[in-house]
Design a protein around this ligand. Structure first.
Ligand code: NAD
Length: 403
């Protein structure tokens, strides 16, 4: 399945360097001031062309907390009053996942540009409806796939697009720690969105199938450990391990290419990515078994310099830039929808004890509980060169032009 690119708007560079003139500040309100909301408030407040005017939370204790931190911000408990009565240009939704869709729908219908935390919604139908409303009303709809704004991921994409790794063979990702247990979503919906968004962005295409196995050890029906495999065209694959039950916090991704490999450790304060010039090759010709030798290449490893900037700051600035320039975000509703499709497939596979879920047409995945086999039915050659994934082409190209 071809990944989706927003057809209508031009893309906006996440660093916003092209904005030359200061405009009237964009007035922003944040819904949800729990764990993640305060980070969004801090970041939007720090932007020069943005005015953080109001926060809405159902919990009055949280509103008391915000009034001590920021006395100038209005606190509200009524979402409808917040959406319709506080003269906002844009709304940021950082509430639990099940409320993303109703709040985002109300926000878009009230004419507000809308920024939704990951994962965008609880189903692809909900995402499609939100995309449709945003497009009809000409509003910016952005999903916070925060890691795509981070320096390590931007550097990895740059390296992959330059062809320095050769052909990508597989990606392996582990996101493990003890807690924070969620009640309404399992660990795959909580943690794997980060990995999925990074993997889709690096590979630039949508998987043909997903397998997912997991177990609910602590809260019945809510898996706290999952192992997901995404199969891509041309037999490329990615594995994602997610857990709330690990003694150590691990945030690690390995990208294995035919020429070089990258290890990305997000917990390191410096030197988050290391490129290894290592590979294994088979001899092209041999006549006798004695002549057959794998050739192992051990070259240098290299640590590229990364800009130190908080990814969330870049994401928030990108949202404001997109509003000001009427551009589609790099992580628009369509990227949010792709991610939800993968999660829906993973949930269906979980219910089938890990049997593969094969994605169907772009209008909706089709369940096909059959072995994946050699993937030949799905493994058409990707229509892209090593230099440029088709899906992310516009967004990423613009990103690096200005980086
Ligand atoms: N991008 C990231 O890296 C990242 C990190 C953490 C969380 N998140 C996302 O942020 C969102 C919030 O997560 P959290 O950990 O802050 O949750 P949380 O439970 O700590 O906070 C949610 C807050 O929303 C409030 N709330 C609930 N329903 C509401 C409603 N209808 N109207 C207004 N307020 C309401 C709650 O009172 C609470 O204060 C989730 O979607 C989560 O996936 C993203």
């Amino acid at each position: 399945m071809k990944a989706i690119v927003h057809p209508l708007r031009k893309f906006c560079a996440p660093d916003g360097n092209h904005l030359e003139t200061m405009k009237k500040p964009v007035t922003v309100g944040v819904m949800g001031f729990g764990y993640w909301g305060p980070l969004l408030v801090r970041n939007f407040r720090s932007l020069p062309d943005c005015r953080l005017k109001a926060v809405c939370d159902l919990n009055t204790e949280r509103l008391k907390h915000i009034s001590t931190l920021y006395p100038d911000i209005e606190g509200m408990t009524q979402p409808l009053q917040f959406l319709n009565g506080s003269s906002l240009d844009a709304v940021v939704i950082a509430t639990p996942v099940k409320s993303h869709y109703p709040l985002a729908k109300a926000s878009l219908l009230a004419g507000k540009h809308t920024f939704i935390e990951k994962p965008m919604a609880t189903s692809s139908q909900e995402c499609e409806e939100l995309i449709d409303i945003a497009e009809r009303k000409g509003l910016v709809l952005m999903v916070d796939h925060t890691f795509l704004y981070s320096a390590p991921v931007r550097k990895i994409v740059e390296i992959v697009q330059a062809g320095d790794l050769g052909d990508i063979r597989y990606i392996n990702s582990r996101r493990l720690n003890l807690g924070l247990f969620q009640k309404d979503i399992n660990v795959a919906w909580d943690l794997a969105p980060h990995d999925i968004s990074i993997i889709l962005h690096i590979l630039g295409e949508f998987p043909v199938a997903v397998n997912c196995q997991g177990n609910a050890h602590v809260t019945p029906q809510v898996e706290d450990v999952t192992n997901m495999s995404l199969l891509f065209p041309h037999k490329r694959f990615a594995t994602i391990q997610s857990s709330w039950l690990e003694p150590r916090k691990i945030r690690e991704m390995t990208i294995v290419g035919s020429q070089r490999m990258i290890v990305y450790d997000d917990l390191r304060t410096r030197e988050k990515i290391r490129i290894y010039d290592v590979r294994v090759e088979r001899p092209p010709h041999y006549d006798t078994f004695a002549e057959f030798q794998y050739s192992y290449h051990y070259g240098d490893s290299y640590i590229p310099h990364l800009q130190q900037e908080e990814p969330l700051t870049l994401a928030c600035r990108h949202f404001i830039d997109c509003i000001e320039t009427n551009s589609a975000p790099m992580t628009s509703g369509r990227q949010g929808l792709e991610l939800i499709r993968v999660l829906e497939g993973a949930s269906a596979s979980l219910k089938m004890n890990g049997a593969p879920f094969i994605f169907g047409s772009p209008n909706g995945p089709v369940l096909a509980p059959v072995p994946i086999g050699d993937g030949s039915a799905h493994s058409r050659k990707p229509k892209r060169t090593r230099r440029g994934p088709s899906r992310a082409r516009n967004g990423v190209a613009t990103l690096f032009e200005n980086a």
